[in-house]
Design a protein around this ligand. Structure first.
Ligand SMILES: Cc1ncc(COP(=O)(O)O)c(C=O)c1O
Length: 392
């Protein structure tokens, strides 16, 4: 049976990318590799919307977050972590692991960062002597565990006025939700290959501002493999300091070409549409969304499971009967939500299939009188038609 991977990562890898990855190995110190390196760098500059040269590490996204921390912070540095879910907590935990004094501004599940509270924290912090102020603010652009997109465009100017570095986890958003690195003046942005970049897992990618590179020269957190100065040195010769993940880079070159062909803006519009379709379909089924509607994510939707529903059985039914893989909840949300990923190589038809599968799985649990898959699909198609009307 055909399977539909509707996870917020890993996401489906296009045929073009899969076949690009089957090329033979080459000398990673030779001219051919230098060409590959330059093409990938240029493609990443397009996606990050930056003049800086992003760094590619063979690592999971978490490795990229660790690289962001160890290259900008020193033990004892005060750091403000904006926590809106499990991934915000992880970013904070990494900073703590390397000796930072982490203070947390947390939001309830489903809510975005409270901008007024952030403003107050930062203003109060400015009353301290300069050496004791927050060295960095850690933010999650798209909190995958709750389906919330934080307004980094509003956070960035506040942090910039304060003077702290702004480190952003954009693992589940970069390439799908607009995050212009240079225009927003961000310091570090981290993403992973297995999300909107449409590649298999295994690469972390980071962009650093000039200020962040200066921080890398003075940061005292212990690091070796993730010391980005080695990568910068290698990049001057279009090389990597250690053996690169060649097959993944072949794949990334291809997926970056696909992103260019679609156009970044068009990709943002597609993801926003998929988010709206998903939410309309879920609401037509009478289910609640976890995310505050003003900050609902374009890449992942968290659905509150009614207590009358056996959540494990719902996901099992969708997978076994319809071939649709849905994600569960994480941490405290494990027993109360499921998530639908709609990022990367996905289109409207994939969302319709996922909604039909959820509707069918609910009907199978005998929700008497409730809406079924047909209503969910119809609601999503209405959104699709409205979008078509807008474009025409
Ligand atoms: C927002 C966010 N940050 C970090 C990660 C961690 O990425 P990885 O599992 O590749 O380490 C994920 C993965 O889902 C994520 O969605």
């Amino acid at each position: 049976m055909k399977s539909h991977l509707m996870l917020p990562g890993p996401t489906p890898v296009p045929e073009r990318v899969l076949s690009a990855m089957s090329r033979p190995m080459i000398n990673h110190r030779g001219e051919e590799f230098a060409g590959l390196f330059r093409e990938v760098t240029a493609g990443l500059q397009y996606v990050f919307q930056t003049e800086e040269e992003p760094v590619v590490l063979p690592a999971a996204g978490t490795g990229g977050l660790e690289a962001a921390v160890v290259n900008t912070l020193s033990p004892g540095d005060r750091v403000l972590a904006l926590v809106t879910g499990a991934f915000g907590e992880r970013f904070a935990a990494i900073a703590r692991a390397f000796g930072a004094q982490v203070e947390v501004l947390a939001a309830p599940a489903g809510r975005a960062v409270d901008l007024e509270a952030l403003r107050a924290w930062l203003e109060q912090d400015l009353e301290r002597p300069a050496a004791e102020r927050f060295r960095a603010v850690l933010a999650t652009h798209n909190e995958t565990s709750t389906g919330v997109t934080n307004p980094v465009e509003a956070i960035a100017p506040m942090v910039s006025r304060h003077g702290a570095l702004l480190l952003v986890d954009a693992v589940s958003s970069l390439g799908a939700i607009d995050l212009p690195f240079d225009r927003l003046g961000l310091d570090v942005v981290v993403t992973g290959s297995q999300k909107a970049l449409m590649c298999p897992p295994g690469l972390a990618v980071l962009a650093l501002s000039q200020r962040a590179w200066q921080a890398a020269d003075t940061a005292r957190a212990p690091r070796f493999y993730f010391d980005l100065r080695s990568y910068r040195k290698g990049a001057a010769k279009a090389q990597t300091p250690y053996t690169p993940a060649l097959s993944l880079l072949y794949g990334l070159r291809e997926s970056l070409a696909m992103i260019r062909e679609e156009g970044l803006e068009e990709g943002f519009r597609r993801h926003a549409l998929l988010g709206r379709m998903t939410r309309a379909g879920i609401q037509a089924l009478g289910l609640d969304l976890l995310a505050d509607a003003r900050h609902a994510s374009a890449t992942v939707t968290a659905v509150v499971s009614p207590t009358s529903i056996d959540l494990k059985e719902l996901r099992r039914h969708a997978r076994v009967v319809s071939g649709v893989t849905l994600a569960g909840g994480q941490g405290d949300l494990a027993d109360s939500i499921f998530r639908i990923g709609h990022l990367g190589h996905v289109g409207p038809a994939d969302v319709l299939v996922a909604l039909a599968a959820v509707g069918d799985a609910l009907t199978a649990q005998g929700r008497a009188g409730a809406a079924g898959p047909d209503q969910a699909v119809a609601a999503a198609v209405r959104v699709l038609n409205e979008e078509r009307g807008r474009k025409a």
